[in-house]
Design a protein around this ligand. Structure first.
Ligand code: AMP
Ligand code: ZN
Length: 138
């Protein structure tokens, strides 16, 4: 528990939240400032600041719960689809330094612009750099 971490304080019950799901290791809540209705956060109870500090079990469980929330969204016709998002480090737009997986409900015609932004930004793979990139990542 980190005293000045907002998610640790929510987990400790010091700050209220809108709870979707909870088990021994993980909490899922509604985002206080949703990008779409039902925008949810899956948060490990242990304070882990960055993605690379989380073990496989923690990440697997977070993803499993995100899947459960997504399944409920689809089954209940609350959403037509979902995006998952996790920001790790300031350079990646992380603002709360206790990892959390965003589950973002998507609806047909919601014009969120993620697909357009992605297509606009993507491309430019440089063949000569691929061996070096593979070495760095594996
Ligand atoms: P990120 O930028 O990925 O670190 O996301 C942090 C998210 O936490 C944002 O979407 C905030 O709206 C959300 N957030 C911040 N404070 C709270 C809170 N007290 N309860 C629920 N969500 C919060
Ligand atoms: Zn924390």
């Amino acid at each position: 528990m980190e005293r000045d971490c907002i998610f640790c304080r929510i987990i400790a019950g010091e700050i209220p939240s809108k709870k979707i799901f909870e088990d021994q290791t993980t909490l899922a809540i509604l985002d206080i400032n949703p990008i779409s209705e039902g925008h949810s956060l899956v948060i490990p109870k242990k304070h882990i600041a960055y993605l690379e500090e989380a073990d496989e079990t923690t990440l697997g469980h977070m993803t499993g719960i995100a899947g459960k929330i997504a399944r409920n969204m689809i089954r209940n016709r609350f959403a037509d689809g979902t995006n998952l998002f996790l920001a790790s480090h300031e350079s990646a737009d992380q603002t709360v330094f206790h990892i959390h997986l965003h589950v973002i409900p998507r609806r047909k015609g919601d014009n969120m612009g993620i697909g357009d932004w992605w297509r606009e930004k993507s491309g430019g793979l440089e063949e000569v750099k691929i061996p070096e990139i593979l070495k760095m990542l594996s």
